[in-house]
Design a protein around this ligand. Structure first.
Ligand SMILES: [Zn+2]
Length: 436
């Protein structure tokens, strides 16, 4: 108890060190407090529209419901057409102004399709509610809107340069990614700062300054078929199964020490005749113990922290694959993947600004999530193009992607306040410098 008292005194001293809120900031905060129930009502309405990724009508409806809200704040807003990549499309809202250009990222879709038993908003314990996509991330979308409304009420929004992209296919991206992510990437090229309102790890005391990227790979190996009695003879060689074993073992010995890299073979077949049904994640094989294997196939993934690491690891894997055992050949192909959000000094600086804003509001410090525990997300597509990015600024909650998903409604308030202060300060003070 005593320790706690000392700690809270320190916290007080700490937040005072950052000064007090400007009158515009106070107005924004007051707006958010005064309009909390309005935010909850809009969230309930949004959650009650099924917007499983493949329910295009529902995804569009979820976006369309928000369009007039953005228009009322002076944005030009519309739903784009996703037919060229087999999805519903995205919500894009823009307004021009001065100062740093800020991109706010949400998504309209959820993992709960119309056949899921989980379809509606339901208040649970005090201040909490269950619902499909409530925290991941319809709550985040509402936080974006509340943040902008608060800045508008404080007379600040009018001068700011902002784009909002809420994708319709975050949970299951349309392909090719070059088409499905085009609008997000275009907005990122325009922006200086990207702020993602995903629910992160569900704990508002943390945010993502980095996320690992992910991509799949397919390894195909050929051997020289023959009676097993002839294996290792110069004209027959080792066969496909020995070769595939060599490759996987060498991946294991040479790559497993790479920091924050994981690579995992998830499926393997080998024998005389193999087939691969990629979409069903199935493979079959026929082979006999007395025949040297003719073919083998492995599929797997790589998760890495930076584009440099991805490129370096791909090259290493290609080199390993090319050092074939006698009379075998092998090739590896890498699929289109999610890029990483690398942990840059600029992202860390942005987090420290956000954390300072949080301390000022009496909401405590915000720290970075270990990238090992952060999956790929839309914000990563902006990483190459913006000066700094931060994700996980959305709703607090638990059990995302399950029928027990629950959101902490009080975080609609706290997260909007933190974001409003961060944006206000970016607008007035400019981007933080990162040369120290
Ligand atoms: Zn999400």
């Amino acid at each position: 108890m005593k320790k706690r008292a000392v700690f809270s005194l320190l916290m007080c001293a700490c937040s005072q060190a950052f000064g007090s809120l400007s009158s515009a900031e106070q107005q924004a905060v007051d707006y958010i407090d005064a309009h909390h129930s309005q935010a909850v009502t809009l969230l309930e309405k949004s959650v009650n529209i099924n917007s499983g990724t493949m329910n295009f009508e529902g995804v569009k409806k979820t976006g369309q419901m928000l369009l007039p809200e953005f228009e009322a704040l002076g944005f030009t807003a519309s739903m784009t057409d996703g037919s060229s990549y087999g999805r519903a499309g995205h919500l894009v809202a823009k307004k021009s102004g001065t100062g740093p250009k800020i991109l706010l990222i949400g998504h309209l879709d959820t993992v709960f399709e119309p056949d899921s038993p989980f379809q509606s908003f339901e208040a649970t314990r005090e201040g909490w509610a269950k619902g499909p996509g409530i925290a991941d991330m319809k709550g985040g979308n509402i936080i974006i809107l509340q943040t902008l409304r608060a800045l508008h009420a404080a007379g600040e929004l009018e001068n700011m340069s902002i784009q909002v992209v809420m994708t319709g296919d975050e949970e299951s991206s349309g392909r090719p990614l070059s088409k499905s992510k085009a609008e997000l990437i275009e907005a990122a090229k325009w922006a200086d700062v990207a702020l993602g309102f995903e629910n992160g790890d569900g704990d508002p005391a943390t945010a993502n300054t980095s996320r690992r990227g992910a991509m799949g790979w397919t390894l195909t190996v050929k051997g020289t078929p023959s009676h097993s009695s002839q294996v290792f003879q110069p004209e027959i060689g080792a066969g496909a199964i020995y070769e595939v074993s060599r490759i996987l073992h060498t991946f294991y010995t040479q790559l497993r020490d790479e920091k924050l890299l994981t690579f995992n073979p998830g499926k393997i077949v080998g024998g005389t005749q193999i087939s691969h049904l990629e979409k069903q994640n199935k493979a079959t094989t026929f082979g006999k113990d007395n025949v040297v294997a003719e073919s083998a196939l492995v599929t797997g993934d790589i998760r890495a922290l930076s584009i440099d690491q991805v490129n370096r690891v791909k090259q290493k894997m290609r080199d390993i694959v090319s050092q074939n055992l006698p009379k075998t050949s092998a090739s590896i192909e890498f699929a289109e993947g999610y890029p990483p959000l690398a942990p840059t000094a600029a992202n860390a600086k942005l987090l420290s600004l956000y954390s300072q804003a949080s301390l000022m509001l009496g909401l405590g410090e915000v720290t970075a999530i270990d990238p090992r525990n952060a999956g790929a997300a839309d914000v990563a597509f902006t990483a190459e193009h913006v000066k700094m990015a931060l994700d996980g600024l959305g709703m607090g909650g638990t059990a995302g992607h399950t029928v027990n998903e629950e959101g902490d409604l009080s975080t609609l308030r706290s997260q909007a306040k933190r974001a409003a202060l961060l944006m206000y300060r970016l607008h007035h003070d400019g981007l933080p410098s990162t040369d120290n």
